[in-house]
Ligand binder design. Structure first.
Ligand SMILES: Nc1ncnc2c1ncn2[C@@H]1O[C@H](COP(=O)(O)OP(=O)(O)OP(=O)(O)O)[C@@H](O)[C@H]1O
Length: 330
């Protein structure tokens, strides 16, 4: 049976403006990377802050390693949080930054040295030990911030958009590194991001959030293959939606093919472009935009304004949003 590290038991936290989280019920398994994913304001950071003890809950309970921590302050919880802004102390060297929390725990100097050496090895950056944060790149600073948290040996490492200040290429490297570190240490990670690509690349499981509630929890693959509703379908990966009166047909750009001779329906090509290793064709069908990926070698046979047949090979059907949704103004 999977060991449960964290049990979030029906927690709610609603702010004065009515935003927040409602009845969040969730388990984090031992040694997994669980990502809270959703647009700005959906409440993902609130969940993380509640876990870390930086935010109280209105109702519900949080258990970590079977212990009820709901009323414990942040410094008494077996968690450690890394924020978007690295929060290293500028006037301290990397060594001193890493040593800080261990000194507070009254660890022997020789033990601290041993642990920091091992941590810098794990991070593969032993050469920065005497540097100050200002002498490091943003990515390096964030790796040190994660190392500082890991040295405290938390039951759960909490990461709140830790890579959002970094550029795309570095972010990608950081994800790979976090996965490696997680594998090597076995630490349980709760990660917050609004970036679905990041969530897909990093997570064992993703919690898709929608306006303070959980829309879907599953592995990246299962969410991609079987989004539970239209919201999740539109949030994870690219999706075409064809309005069919009562229903909406949803299909991925890679799940349809084009042909000059036959297919499910005729559509007009708007744009033809290359993404390097594949082609992207945008089309219009009954005034609805579509995007379809094609093999790069097939790209040359398509031009704007051309009529082509589309065949949808794999689709899901969702109920259309209610006509009155969002129109009441009440
Ligand atoms: N301390 C607070 N006081 C009052 N309202 C807050 C507070 N923190 C968050 N909120 C409200 O709750 C909403 C959800 O905040 P939260 O930080 O959990 O969202 P999020 O999904 O992490 O988005 P973001 O990425 O923008 O932080 C916010 O849009 C804001 O309206």
């Amino acid at each position: 049976m999977t060991e449960i590290k964290v049990r979030i038991n029906h927690i709610s936290k609603v702010y004065e403006n009515g935003d927040g989280i409602r009845d969040i019920d969730l388990e984090i398994r031992n040694g997994e990377i669980l990502t809270l994913l959703g647009p700005s304001g959906c409440g993902k950071s609130t969940i993380l802050r509640c876990l870390g003890g930086f935010q109280g809950v209105d109702s519900g309970h949080i258990l970590i390693d079977g212990q009820d921590v709901t009323e414990l302050p942040a410094n008494k919880r077996p968690t450690s949080m890394v924020f978007q802004s690295y929060n290293l102390w500028d006037h301290m060297t990397v060594y001193e930054n890493l040593a800080f929390g261990l000194k507070l725990r009254k660890m022997a100097k020789s033990k601290i040295r041993e642990k920091i050496t091992a941590m810098l090895q794990l991070l593969r950056m032993p050469e920065v030990v005497k540097k100050y944060p200002s002498q490091l790149s943003g990515g390096q600073q964030q790796r040190i911030a994660i190392g500082r948290s890991l040295l405290l040996e938390p039951s759960v490492l909490l990461l709140d958009e830790p890579y959002s200040a970094l550029d795309a290429k570095i972010r990608q490297q950081m994800r790979e590194e976090l996965k490696r570190i997680q594998r090597e240490t076995g630490v349980t990670v709760a990660f917050v991001t609004h970036d679905q690509e990041e969530a897909m690349a990093l997570s064992d499981r993703i919690v898709v959030m929608d306006k303070g509630s959980i829309a879907q929890i599953d592995t990246p693959q299962n969410i991609y293959e079987n989004p539970i509703n239209r919201y999740t379908a539109s949030f994870i990966g690219e999706m075409n939606f064809l309005d069919q009166g009562l229903d909406v047909q949803a299909f991925r750009p890679e799940d349809a093919t084009l042909s000059a001779e036959h297919g499910d329906f005729l559509a007009r090509i708007d744009h033809v472009s290359s993404a390097g290793h594949y082609g992207i064709i945008t089309l219009t069908y009954q005034e609805q935009p579509l995007k379809i990926f094609v093999d790069k070698v097939a790209l040359a046979q398509y031009q704007p304004h051309q009529q082509v047949y589309v065949t949808v090979n794999k689709a899901k059907t969702y109920g259309a949003p209610a006509l009155t949704a969002g129109k009441s103004g009440a």
